[in-house]
Design a protein around this ligand. Structure first.
Ligand SMILES: C[S@@+](CC[C@H](N)C(=O)[O-])C[C@H]1O[C@@H](n2cnc3c(N)ncnc32)[C@H](O)[C@@H]1O
Length: 249
């Protein structure tokens, strides 16, 4: 679980000062917290604002612990519907507990490589931000049969190199965007046989998924993306984010 990298900064903003224990002496929050989710949401938000796009219906695929959905909802006041697709039951339960329910949550964090620590926090301030949003949570792998409607904003971050078939996901994502709507994809290009069934599906530039006559590139950036492995060891990836608008052809 990656609770602390995804959510610790929000807990701190809401006044939760619980100390995260460490096998060795205290490790600072600065080392644990990631700005990834704020930066990516800001980057997407800028592209939408500059292009006068105001999404109401969001689809997030590989929504994990809900931090990106939360940042999208905060950044775009107009979002009224969120559909989140996530195959992990544990991640989906946490998404629901934090964003929809708003109650006391047991939050596990890395104390050492072998040990987890626990703190509890009250997620009601987070759920309050999302209170006017209607959610649909889908606990399965995403493919062309998962949703039967189209969305204004479709987001799938750091999923493609972590799934069995990126082509299946990308084709279904592209289909699920309304004309005039926006698809945001990011990738760290960590292709690995552990996930990927067919190595020919590995790409070295996610721009290649978008046909020039059907999609307009609104922006692309690189963002730091951090994973913590033990109390004093993190890995930093560079996540390539692209934002494309679907053209009326
Ligand atoms: C590295 S995590 C990224 C999570 C989050 N989007 C982020 O940016 O931190 C990859 C996520 O993709 C999900 N995932 C893997 N295969 C998937 C699939 N076929 N359909 C939808 N989600 C998938 C995983 O369960 C996991 O939550």
């Amino acid at each position: 679980m990656f609770f602390e990298t995804h959510w610790l900064d929000v807990l701190r903003d809401h006044g939760n000062q619980s100390v995260l224990e460490s096998k060795s002496r205290h490790v600072s929050d600065r080392f644990i917290i990631s700005n990834h989710f704020n930066e990516v949401a800001q980057s997407i938000n800028n592209s939408l604002l500059i292009n006068n796009i105001h999404p109401q219906k969001l689809l997030e695929v590989g929504s994990s612990l809900g931090r990106s959905s939360y940042e999208m909802i905060k950044a775009h006041g107009g979002i009224k519907n969120v559909t989140a697709v996530e195959p992990s039951q544990a991640f989906m339960k946490t998404y629901k507990d934090i964003l929809l329910k708003g109650h006391k949550i047991d939050f596990t964090y890395i104390k050492s490589r072998q040990q987890l620590g626990h703190i509890t926090f009250d997620s009601s301030p987070i759920a309050k931000v999302c209170a006017d949003v209607k959610f649909e949570l889908i606990n399965k792998e995403f493919d062309s049969h998962t949703v039967d409607e189209q969305f204004d904003l479709v987001v799938s971050l750091n999923v493609l190199d972590q799934c069995p078939s990126p082509n299946t996901i990308v084709n279904a994502l592209k289909h699920s965007v309304k004309v005039g709507g926006v698809l945001c994809l990011s990738c760290t290009y960590q292709w690995n046989k552990k996930h990927l069934l067919d190595s020919s599906e590995a790409v070295n530039d996610i721009n290649d998924y978008f046909e020039e006559n059907q999609w307009k590139c609104l922006s692309q950036h690189e963002h730091d993306y951090k994973f913590r492995f033990s109390e004093r060891f993190s890995r930093l990836f560079s996540a390539h984010l692209v934002v494309y608008q679907k053209l009326d052809v």
